[in-house]
Write a protein that binds this ligand. Structure first.
Ligand code: HEM
Length: 493
């Protein structure tokens, strides 16, 4: 269908899709199970008024909400409407097919997950709370959670807390391995933020109901018009007579990723000791930067291959095709080069065509770290690396399969990515994909000869996760207004 809708309806879009709430430094995520569909619908109808929209820039608190497929079923969405959602969302992250795509086996197997797995309580709703500081977050959580019992929902396990990690020297936000992790995001064209065209992507890649990088409207779920007697939802623009429950919504991928910080730095330390067996922190950090593709400050290796340069910490206007086609500056298999190969994913197509295809595989990252930091910087001597810590990886896309799953399968976990042979992403890759028998390696392209590290241990493992649909605010109201479906529309069992 040709695209027709140019302006973003910011009042109807949930805020986290367009901004990361960086000034709201405290955040937590609450997983809920619906016990009583009717009570939950009433609760949602009220909750809809508290959702922070994308127009508002909240200074104290913010609330966003998303649902799994099982959650929509329990709320009473009819089978005909449910069938219009994409397969990956319907199947869920832990189905046999999705596990294969995501590489969720061995240490990552869903049977071992603490939430979202086949052995844990089914997740129906994700509440995301943000606040200016921890005390405000606590009060906010208390006031929201007071409605759970009468709202027919129960909280699953502990609240998923987050930690704001800041580098001791630069003050920049970082992840647990010690790298600045808030640099590269696609800019949404319709939001009018200025940035490099190569990094500016059409809204339809992230928000349903708008033109995407194919110049089409990304497929959206719909409901029969008679299932929306109050006319809460907009009419489907195809004039097919159905109502559009998808527009202004997005798909949210949540993965709780444990980071073994001790294993990461110990492995690099062992590899980079000098001839006398002494640690060489500089060499250790250089190798880690090669794996990431940026230095701890965030400076990209393509711009500054020899040393870190905090002045370039936010630099994001670069490509690989002209500056580093062979991966001499930034290795071909580095984390940022795999997760966004920019203008170089297919050298045969040329940089412009490659870039336009690449834009169909971008994701908007909105995750936050959790757990206590190991140290204030990347100097980890004598640091206590025990304990549970990692990244609550969260991203938005208009099409989970073409965006998140593609990145995970075709780029992160592909041993033959960019002409490599048996490497996966050095930071987060699955170490035992079926295609390779030996443990995964990491290759540093160099002249006159490449350098190779083999038997990389797994540094990151999955602890939980689910696919969610984050509806528009109108669609949340609609879910709150649902009447049980008549049998001819196919009530789910
Ligand atoms: C614990 C797990 C992870 C860690 C520690 C990590 C760390 C990082 C770091 C340090 C950067 C560079 C800074 C930045 O651009 O913000 C980065 C960039 C990125 N990561 Fe990750 N990441 C993790 C998981 C993932 C996953 C699971 C995905 C996708 C499936 C992903 C996709 C990306 C993307 C798309 C970029 C931006 C690349 C670019 O545009 O240049 N990351 N990550």
């Amino acid at each position: 269908m040709e695209s027709t809708v140019p302006d973003l309806d910011l009042k109807d879009i949930q805020g986290l899709i367009v901004r990361g709430y960086g000034s709201l430094e405290a955040a937590c995520y609450v997983l809920l199970e619906i016990q009583d569909g009717e009570a939950a619908r009433h609760w949602l109808a009220t909750l809809a008024d508290q959702i922070t929209d994308a127009e508002t820039r909240p200074s104290r608190t913010s609330l966003n909400v998303a649902f799994t497929h099982a959650g929509l079923v329990t709320l009473g969405l009819d089978a005909e409407a449910l069938a219009t959602f994409p397969d990956e969302f319907t199947e869920g992250m832990t189905s046999e097919r999705r596990r294969l795509i995501l590489g969720d086996h061995g240490e990552n197997a869903p049977e071992k997950w603490v939430w979202g797995g086949p052995k844990t309580t089914p997740v129906h709703v994700l509440l995301m709370l943000f606040a200016v500081d921890e005390p405000t977050l606590e009060t906010f959580y208390e006031s929201v959670s007071r409605g759970f019992s009468s709202g027919g929902v129960t909280q699953i396990g502990q609240t998923l807390t987050t930690t704001l990690l800041r580098d001791a020297q630069t003050g920049l936000s970082k992840e647990h391995f010690g790298f600045n992790d808030a640099v590269s995001q696609p800019l949404i064209e319709e939001l009018g933020k200025s940035g490099p065209p190569a990094n500016t992507v059409k809204a339809g890649e992230f928000i349903l109901g708008y033109p995407n990088e194919y110049d089409l409207l990304t497929e959206r779920p719909t409901v029969r018009a008679e299932r929306d007697p109050q006319g809460i939802l907009p009419a489907d623009p195809s004039e097919s007579g159905v109502r559009d429950i998808g527009s202004n919504g997005s798909y949210l991928v949540f993965r709780q990723l444990h980071q073994d910080v001790g294993r990461f730095w110990q492995f690099l330390d062992d590899l980079t000791r000098d001839a006398n067996g002494n640690s060489d922190p500089e060499a250790r950090i250089r190798l880690a930067a090669k794996m990431v593709g940026r230095w701890p400050s965030g400076a990209p290796l393509v711009r500054t291959p020899g040393h870190d340069d905090p002045e370039l910490g936010q630099e994001n206007d670069f490509g690989y095709h002209d500056m580093d086609p062979l991966g001499i500056r930034c290795p071909l298999g580095a984390h940022i080069r795999r997760t966004n190969p920019r203008d170089a994913s297919d050298p045969h197509l040329g940089p412009q065509r490659t870039l336009s295809i690449n834009k169909r595989h971008r994701i908007l990252r909105r995750g936050r770290a959790y757990g206590q930091p190991v140290s204030a910087s990347v100097q980890i001597e004598d640091a206590d690396t025990s304990g549970e810590r990692g990244l609550h990886f969260i991203c938005f896309s208009g099409n989970i399969s073409r965006q998140f799953e593609f990145v995970q399968q075709t780029w992160i976990n592909n041993p033959k990515f960019a002409g490599l042979y048996e490497d996966t992403d050095p930071l987060i890759g699955d170490r035992a994909p079926r295609e390779i028998r030996r443990a995964s390696g990491f290759t540093e392209q160099a002249m006159p000869a490449r350098r190779r590290v083999s038997n990389l241990p797994q540094f990151v493992s999955v602890r939980g996760g689910a696919y969610f649909f984050m509806p528009s605010i109108r669609a949340v109201r609609y879910l709150g207004s649902l009447e049980p479906a008549s049998p001819d529309i196919g009530q789910m069992p």
